[in-house]
Design a protein. Sequence first.
Lengths: 220, 213, 287
Amino acid sequence: MQRTFPLVLVFVFGILGILPFIIPHPVVQNTNDFLLNVFLKILLAFALVLGLGSLLKVHMDKIKRKRENWQYSWVLIGTFIVTSIIGLFGGVDGSGILPTHIGSFSFDIWTIYNNVEVPLGATMFALLAFFMASAAYRAFRARSFEATLLLISAFIVMIGVLPLGNRISPYIPSFAQWIMDVPNVAGQRGIQFGVALGAMATALKIILGIERSWLGGGGS
Amino acid sequence: MNISLDPWVWIAALLTLAIFSFLYRDNPFYRFAEHMFVGVANGWAVTFYWHNVLMPTLFDPLFRQGQLLLILPFIAGMLYFTRFIPRVSWLVRIPIGISMGYYVGASIPATIQANIIKQAQGTILTTHNFQAWHAGSMGIVWSVILFVGVLCTLSYFYFSREHKGVLGLTSRVGIVFVMIGFGAAFGYTVIARISLLIGRLQFLLGPWLGIIE
Amino acid sequence: MKLFDALTKVDRRIIYIILLVVVTLPLIFPSAQSVRVMPPVEKFFNAVDSIPPDKALIVDFDYTPQDMPELEPMGIAILRHAFKKRIKVLAVSLYVQPLGLAVRALQQVTEEFNSVATSNADSIIYGRDYVFLGWQVGPVNAMLTMGESIARFYPVDYYGNRTDTLPLMREIKNYRNVGLVTSLSPSDIPKYWVAYAQNRFGVRVSSGITSVSASEFYPYLQTGQFSGMLVGMKGAAEYEEIVEQNLNVKGRRKASESLPSLTYAHLLIIAFIVIGNVGYFLSRRHK
């Protein structure tokens, strides 16, 4: 029961997912409409709440057991609570029951987004430029024929994409474009055929109950 | 130089520098900023999930307008939290099964059409594909190269037979195409990463320090 | 030999400083660089340009702060194009994180146009010329439901107005009234638009993607599943160029301003790889 019932649900809802693509009958389409716009929307929203709950639980455990760097978990939980209160009670447009400005100093959800989340998120990924430069200097070696081919292709694309490439010769960007249009497409398409066929096979296995790893352990 | 007096710009700039400090070494400022990012991002998400989804789609219609059919998704959603109760944690499989089943099912016809049939149509040697290059007679040459490249790449990933003889030759050709593709991907990755760094420097030099416009 | 051995042992922080200087100086001392517009960008431009007057353009803002430098200039250039040609725009976000950036882009371009408008007809008016539908949970849900009814999935817009009361939405009901969907995304979302919206409902799709995804998206451009593609900061610069050239729309071209920094940084990376490999081969021969 603990494993059979979920497997039956996966099968039923899997079929319900496929049917609207092939049966235009109003009963099928209306059921699909209810699933997409009501049922699954609510389920997905609860899934986020679960994710948040798990995140908070992990960090509360870290604080309780005083694991390494447990002090920063307070930062996470504190900023989460403050931002949530400002967003939930201050409103999306700052017109909620909680006032979100003191004089001309505003701290509504938008200000926090633009001045905290945006710079933090953007800078996290900007670090990668430095790591890539370091890797280019220390690790990218043409140790084999294939690696040499990879580096030559990379150089042609890198120079072809730049305005400098066009200044040296208009054939360089055209050649780089050709590399993207022909050999790159050939290689990527071969890989993506494999990925698509594998994804389809896995999807069918999940719906038919052959693939059961998502059930996790336990139960009968 | 025209340094900003806006406190929020200073906060944004200091947080940016806190993240960049990781380049020297791991330090408390970086960790503080990193944890703050996760907290704020999730707080932002909670705001919109409540105002845009849970309130108008569930709680308002169910509790204020009396649409009792919504009890079903409400109960199914609440089953997610049984994950935290060991005795009944198996119930979490129900909402997972429902949502995963539907999306996996919907993906089958979509994947077949978009990622298999259309891609195969783009590979085969037809007049339409020759002309799509807008390269005159060279279009035929490019289409043949593409066709051969796709088949050779597929032969490289065929591991049920040893790569000897004809299969060995085609798989060697296939790996050439794959490596050219990966090289192109690497070249573009360099562009992507540098672009992100440029974006942050434009903020620090512009709105914060006022050195550039 | 000792020189190359020493060079390969350089502290990584010195490499970081060199990169920082090379990227910063061209920003402080800017220079103009001409941009050559390549065929994928031309296709994108033509796809937007050819939208009939009774159809809308859906712009899917799906970039986060992490991808903003590459994708935001694209979004701004596309909006300039659409507003100049009076193409109706429906803006959506399929995830919650990009919402703020979508509002930023829409506000910026609307202000640019309204600051030089001389009459109501010239201005960009919310509800008449564009609508921001905001975000609802479930990207696939959005793509599938909008094929039947856009207002069904977005009963209220981002600002809380009932969608079916907005003048633009009285004409734009579903994909049959949409000329093109353009998705600005760092992930596989443009492929989902093709798989779910295009395959089921036949709507044209184009994409603005980060450079990292370029390689894997080109097969979709080759088959015609994408009616054009903008790739990374360079693609954004090309689109800024083609919009300014063809439509005489002036505005800050952030992607184009970044090209000199991009150029010198590239040359630096190439130099790093060459130095590293020369040292490697020489030390191997020495052994």
